[in-house]
Design a protein around this ligand. Structure first.
Ligand code: PAZ
Length: 316
């Protein structure tokens, strides 16, 4: 009989074997290795965090026209990335294409069209009302990338997400306890296996659509047990029913043996989260007296402290 982790490995092996090949795999790997090498050789520490952000899609056709999506604006991941960079971390930002980006919080929704003006046909300039926000966004993002503190890797589908997460975890293995996974992405629980998916666009002429969805293998188990067993691992639990939130987060903590689960409710997620861990539950709120404050400022502060303790304990 196979062990639990053996069964999980088998599930993942068949998931990956039947997944479409990751485009640009070699390019992603070389960017990753360069980034990790650069940050591992830094003096005074080599903390690297992988922040996942945005929702994964589940294609319904191989030449995809329609897909099922998971809700996430990417706000949490983007804001957390800025905070981690400020705290001295190097960040691998694994994000859903088209979702919020670090350093863009103060920009309007469509920065390109709303931030710029054309006084005449030959000139384009930033509108005075946005100039400070644009300057800060450009400077901060370019500095983080130029200093090798930020690597941005986009995904769209559940297939890309899981393959990329595995590449990152494997590449970070030698960073051990100094590496962190901050898994804020909203990941599909169900998917259509590639091999049973129709190639062409589903036709609407044949009446109602019946689709059968398979369960996505539980990535957290295999991340913790095989891919990155020494990394500090923070997962997220989103619920819409506040009555079950903490119970579900506590179960996830026990089942996946992550270091903390950040529990949040859809409607209040920007105001407060609860960090559920073996040392008790801590409510983290944004600072209401400061309109600029966001919940991620206090959340990342707490997690960085916990990570420091984890690194110290791992060395003793
Ligand atoms: O991306 P966002 O800022 O709109 O929302 C963040 C979030 C709710 C997706 C995140 O905090 C979260 O809970 N992610 C995990 C979702 C899940 O349980 O699958």
């Amino acid at each position: 009989m196979s062990s639990i982790s053996g069964m999980e490995d088998d599930e993942f092996s068949s998931f990956f074997e039947s997944s479409p090949t990751l485009k640009n795999k070699e390019e992603i790997l070389s960017k990753l290795n360069r980034f990790i090498e650069l940050n591992s050789s830094r003096q005074g520490g080599k903390r690297i965090v992988c922040v996942t952000s945005g929702g994964t899609t589940v294609p319904l056709e191989q030449r995809c026209v329609r897909y099922i999506d998971n809700f996430s604006s990417g706000n949490r991941g983007a804001a957390s990335t800025e905070n981690f960079v400020n705290a001295g971390y190097a960040v691998i930002f694994l994000y859903r294409r088209g979702t919020c980006q670090p350093y863009c919080r103060s920009l309007p929704d469509d920065p390109f069209l709303e931030c710029f003006e054309f006084p005449d046909a030959k000139n384009i300039r930033v509108h005075a009302s946005h100039s400070e926000a644009v300057k800060m966004a450009v400077m901060d993002q370019q500095a983080a990338i130029a200093e090798g503190r930020l690597l941005k890797l986009p995904f769209s589908t559940i297939y890309e997400y899981l393959q990329m997460l595995r590449l990152i975890a494997t590449a970070l293995k030698d960073v051990g306890p100094c590496s962190m996974f901050y898994l804020a992405a909203a990941v599909s629980d169900f998917y259509v296996p590639w091999t049973s998916m129709t190639e062409h666009k589903i036709q609407s002429g044949s009446g109602p659509l019946d689709i059968s969805l398979a369960q996505v293998p539980k990535m957290l188990s295999v991340l913790r047990s095989n891919w990155a067993p020494k990394a500090f691992c923070i997962s997220f639990k989103l619920e819409t029913d506040s009555k079950i939130l903490i119970e579900k987060a506590t179960k996830a903590l026990q089942k996946y043996k992550v270091h903390a689960v950040v529990a949040n409710e859809l409607l209040t997620r920007k105001e407060e989260v609860v960090v559920v861990s073996n040392s008790g539950n801590v409510v983290v709120r944004r600072d209401c007296d400061n309109p600029e404050s966001i919940v991620e400022d206090n959340l990342i502060h707490l997690l960085v402290d916990r990570h420091s303790t984890y690194i110290k304990e791992s060395h003793t």
